[in-house]
Design a binder for this molecule. Structure first.
Ligand SMILES: NC(=O)c1ccc[n+]([C@@H]2O[C@H](COP(=O)([O-])OP(=O)(O)OC[C@H]3O[C@@H](n4cnc5c(N)ncnc54)[C@H](O)[C@@H]3O)[C@@H](O)[C@H]2O)c1
Length: 363
C-alpha cells in the first residue's frame, strides 16, 4: 500500500479501519468507521473489482466520511461508516462470502451497521444476517423496510420546493420546468410527485426501457437525448443518475436556476459547488436532499417495525424541506455556497452533541 493510513485517518478524523480476510471464502473487505459521536456507524457495503487495495481503501474512507455528514445534517442518530468488498459482484458472490462478512461485522458488537450499496443486493444481506445482528435494509419479506426510492424521491421533491421558495418566492412547483437526468428507481417516482403538482417535466435516460415506463404513465412528458439534458432551458435541473456530472464542462451549459436531484456525489470537486454559487444557480447539497433512503434505514434501527413506519419515514423525508431552507437562508445571508453551509451544520451538530456527552451519567 502506498497510502500512509494513520496520516489519512488523522487528517480526516477517522476512528477505526478494519481489514478483514476470510481464509475459507477469500473474502477481502475493508470496514471504515469514521465518526461515532452521534451513534453507531451506519453505511452500506459496496462490492467492486478495485484494481488496487489503495483504491478500495480510499473509496471506503471517502464514503464513510460522507455518511457521517449525511447522518448528522439529516437529524439521524448515527455516525458514518462504509464497507468495501474487493471482488466482482457478477462472479465472486456466494452465501458463504456474505456470511463471512456478517461474522466480521458481528465482532464489532454494534459499532457498525451495514446493508446494500453498489454491487450488493438485499439478498446478500439476508445471508449476512444469518451471522450478524447488525444488518439493515433487508427486503420487506425479511422484515426490512424495503424500497428506499420512495422516501428518497419524496425528500428530493420537498427539497426542490425549498429551493423554489428561495429562488422564486413560492414553494409551489406548478408550472415550473424540471429536467430530470435518469428515471430509474428514484427518478421515476419523482416524476409522479412533480406531475401531481402540475410541473412540466423533461426527462433523459440511456435506458429506453426506463423512459418507456415513464411515458406509459405520463405520455405528455418530454424526452430529450441523454447528452442534451444539460442544455435544456429549465427552472430546475435534477440529476438522478450518476455522480460527477456537475463539472467544468457541464456548468457552462446549464440553463437552470436550481440544481436539485437524488444522485450521490453530484459535484465532481467541491470547487464546482462554488462555481454554481458564482453563476447564481442554487445547489441543493446532494447528501442533504437525497437523505430519504437513509432516513428509512435509520428508522428501521431506531424504532420497531410498526404500522406507522411509512408515515414516520415520509414525515421525516418531508422535513428535508426545513433543513434545506435553513441551509439556503444561511447561504444567502452569509454568501457562502450551500454545500459548505451543509458541511458546517453537520460539523456543528456533531460538536454540540459530542460535548453533551461529557456530562457523567450513570448507566
Ligand atoms: N435508491 C435510493 O434510495 C437512493 C438514495 C440516495 C441516493 N440515490 C442516488 O440516486 C441516483 C439514482 O438512484 P436509483 O436508485 O434511481 O438508481 P437506478 O440505477 O435505478 O437509476 C439510475 C438511472 O439513471 C440512468 N442513467 C445512467 N447513466 C445515465 C446518463 N448518462 N444519462 C441519463 N441517464 C442515465 C439509468 O439508465 C437509470 O435509469 C444514484 O446516484 C443513487 O446513488 C439513490
Amino acid at each position: 500500500m502506498k497510502i500512509d493510513i494513520f496520516k489519512e485517518m488523522e487528517k480526516h478524523g477517522f476512528e477505526q479501519i478494519i481489514f478483514n480476510y476470510d481464509k475459507t471464502t477469500g473474502l477481502k473487505a475493508i470496514i471504515a468507521i469514521h465518526d461515532t459521536t452521534l451513534g453507531p456507524a451506519l453505511g452500506g457495503c459496496r462490492m467492486w473489482p478495485y484494481e488496487t487495495e489503495d483504491e478500495a481503501l480510499i473509496d471506503a474512507m471517502r464514503l464513510a466520511k460522507g455518511m457521517t455528514y449525511k447522518c448528522a445534517v439529516s437529524d439521524n442518530n448515527f455516525g458514518g461508516g462504509k464497507t468495501v468488498i474487493i471482488g466482482d459482484p457478477k462472479k465472486d458472490k456466494s452465501e458463504a462470502l456474505f456470511r463471512a462478512l456478517g461474522r466480521f461485522v458481528q465482532t464489532l458488537g454494534g459499532r457498525y451497521y451495514t446493508g446494500t450499496d453498489l454491487g450488493t443486493t438485499g439478498m446478500d444481506f439476508v445471508y449476512a444476517s444469518r451471522e450478524s445482528d447488525y444488518m439493515v435494509g433487508l427486503p420487506e419479506e425479511y422484515g426490512g423496510s424495503g424500497n428506499s426510492a420512495v422516501p428518497t424521491a419524496y425528500g428530493v421533491y420537498n427539497g426542490m420546493k425549498a429551493a423554489a421558495k428561495i429562488v422564486f418566492g413560492s414553494d409551489s412547483l406548478k408550472g415550473l420546468k424540471v429536467a430530470i437526468q435518469g428515471v430509474g428507481k428514484v427518478g421515476r417516482v419523482l416524476v409522479g410527485y412533480l406531475k401531481e403538482e402540475g410541473a412540466q417535466v423533461i426527462i433523459a435516460d440511456i435506458s429506453e426501457e426506463n423512459i418507456n415506463k415513464v411515458k406509459e404513465k405520463y405520455p405528455d412528458v418530454e424526452v430529450v437525448e441523454s447528452e442534451k439534458i444539460y442544455d435544456v432551458e429549465c427552472d430546475i435541473f435534477a440529476p438522478c443518475a450518476r455522480g460527477g456530472i456537475i463539472n467544468d464542462d457541464t456548468i457552462s451549459r446549464l440553463k437552470c436556476r436550481i440544481v436539485a436531484g437524488a444522485a450521490n456525489n453530484q459535484l465532481l470537486e467541491p470547487r464546482h459547488g462554488d462555481a454554481l454559487h458564482e453563476k447564481g444557480i442554487l445547489y441543493a447539497p446532494d447528501y442533504v436532499i437525497n437523505a430519504g433512503g437513509l432516513i428509512q434505514v435509520a428508522d428501521e434501527l431506531e424504532f420497531k417495525n410498526d404500522e406507522k413506519r411509512h408515515e414516520r419515514v415520509m414525515m421525516k423525508a418531508k422535513g428535508i424541506y426545513d433543513i434545506l431552507l435553513k441551509i439556503f437562508t444561511i447561504s444567502k445571508e452569509q454568501n457562502v455556497p450551500p454545500h459548505k453551509v451543509a458541511d458546517r451544520l453537520a460539523e456543528e451538530r456533531i460538536e454540540v452533541i459530542g460535548r453533551l456527552k461529557t456530562n457523567y451519567v450513570k448507566r
